[in-house]
Design a protein. Structure first.
Length: 84
């Protein structure tokens, strides 16, 4: 069973109207993608960011992150630190 893509990953627009919604939900004709570290680091570099590195819980250069970080939010996630 294929579930409808309610997240609309990779979509810059949202379907409007019943026909468009049905086509987008059932048609499955739009490519979806997720970022990995290598492709996101390349895109960040091309956008002018520097100091790009993989981040993990509690290792931010700015100590103010310790006030808001929660370890549980890092599980299964990709963290990246960079500067612009």
């Amino acid at each position: 069973m294929v579930l409808p893509d309610l997240a609309a990953l990779g979509r810059e627009d949202q379907p409007r109207g019943v026909k468009a919604w049905l086509h987008a939900t059932v048609g499955n004709s739009h490519h979806k993608w997720m970022w990995d570290y290598a492709s996101l680091a390349t895109a960040l570099e091309q956008a002018g960011f520097s100091g790009i590195r993989r981040a993990s819980f509690g290792d931010a250069a700015d100590p103010r992150f310790a006030d808001v970080e929660e370890e549980g939010r890092w599980e299964g996630c990709l963290g990246i630190e960079c500067q612009r």
